[in-house]
Design a binder for this molecule. Structure first.
Ligand code: NAD
Length: 347
């Protein structure tokens, strides 16, 4: 399965899951969620009129292999012929991991802006080590974006999840393998969040603004699936993987600093950010946007100890991703110091 996707947006579109199951030729869906969203999964399962064979509500951050194996045993026991993931990147990750192992189709009903549903990328964790693979077999077959489902996303996660999505687009602007098409997609994603995120923060129940942010999330996710990521994503993977920092919040805090650092080499390629968000320095533009929304600004508030910054620098440099600006230990250490204490992007 995978390779091509059907993508739909709209209020109440979650009620059409059954139509898409029928189109896929599936009759025994296993509905997936996190424990926190088990009621949302129950509601969805109840609407599937007998096309559901079970609910597995133990999805967890970073797709632990042990959870996938437990879910796989459950899927076999209930003879599931497809997966319906309702939730954020953690739940989508579980659906992808199951699809990889069984070749069964997946429908994703996203409830955050992380964008995983639009990529053929899967990160999995085993023995404390996260590995990432790219395989068309994990690209979900159908995505149904229902703005009514993101209304319950807590205000803090609404902002950080949006900044997580924007980070995919920002790094796509200077990706080594970018094309004019991926750059246009990245700009579309950034523009959607610029236009709609302040409205969503002011009124989380504004469904028009919520739908616009979901369109942004899809564009940002799609671009993440098409080009390679650089320093920003490497730093976030380091901080999440080795220091257990939360995914969306870490992206939100690091983004302005990583973009500022790379603007030192590719200011011209980052011009769409200043065009969209104002100012003359793209890192500062994003920092001001984050501040205006009340986003977290310091790694310190996520519980990271200052004494870990040297180790984080070392790990980030150990297997670096391609980056448009040369990476030095002093440069990365200074970047992390600013992100830790919440200073304006500099250096
Ligand atoms: P998440 O899926 O872990 O969700 C965070 C918490 O918010 C969970 O408790 C969840 O149940 C809850 N939640 C989600 N939506 C909600 C809603 N609408 N209302 C109330 N609660 C809600 O967080 P995430 O940031 O979406 O995903 C992070 C994971 O996704 C990470 O493991 C990351 O590596 C992965 N990811 C993968 C890709 C990829 O392409 N493979 C891309 C982005 C993120």
């Amino acid at each position: 399965m995978g390779e091509t996707q059907t993508v739909r947006f709209g209020r109440g579109i979650r009620h059409r899951v059954q139509d898409f199951l029928t189109e896929l030729g599936c009759e025994r869906a296993l509905v997936l969620s996190t424990p926190q969203q088990s009621n949302t999964a129950l509601d969805l399962a109840a609407s599937l009129n007998g096309h559901v064979t079970g609910i597995y509500a133990k999805a967890a951050m970073h797709t632990p292999v042990a959870v996938t194996e437990d879910a796989l045993a459950h899927a076999r026991e209930v003879q599931a012929d497809c997966y319906v993931a309702i939730g954020g990147g953690s739940t989508t990750g579980l659906g992808k991991a199951l699809a990889l192992r069984t070749g069964r189709p997946q429908i994703v009903v996203p409830t955050t802006y992380a964008g995983s549903e639009a990529t053929p990328i899967l990160g999995q964790t085993e023995g404390g080590v996260k590995t990432t693979l790219t395989d068309p077999a994990v690209l979900p077959d159908v995505i149904l974006y229902d703005p009514e489902l993101v209304v319950s996303l807590p205000p803090g996660l609404t902002i950080t999840s949006a900044l997580n999505a924007m980070a995919h687009a920002a790094e796509a602007l200077y990706a080594k393998d970018r094309t004019s098409e991926t750059t246009d997609l990245a700009i579309d994603g950034l523009r959607a969040f610029r236009d709609a995120l302040p409205g969503v923060v002011a009124d989380p129940t504004d469904l028009d603004a919520r739908e616009e942010t979901q369109r942004g999330a899809y564009a940002c996710g799609a671009v993440l699936g098409r080009v390679g990521m650089a320093l920003h994503h490497k730093l976030c993977h380091t901080l999440g993987g080795s220091f257990d920092l939360p995914h969306a919040e870490t992206h939100a805090i690091v983004l302005p600093h990583a973009i500022h650092f790379n603007a030192g080499a590719v200011l011209d390629l980052l011009a769409p950010i200043t065009d969209l968000f104002g100012g003359s320095a793209p890192g500062s533009s994003l920092w001001e946007f984050s501040k205006s929304l009340g986003a977290p600004l310091t790694l310190k508030e996520l519980g990271l100890k200052e004494t870990y910054l040297d180790k984080a620098t070392e790990i980030a440099l150990s297997k670096p991703y391609w980056n448009p600006r040369e990476l030095t230990a002093d440069g990365i250490r200074a970047l992390l110091q600013n992100a830790w204490q919440g200073s304006a992007p500099a250096g």
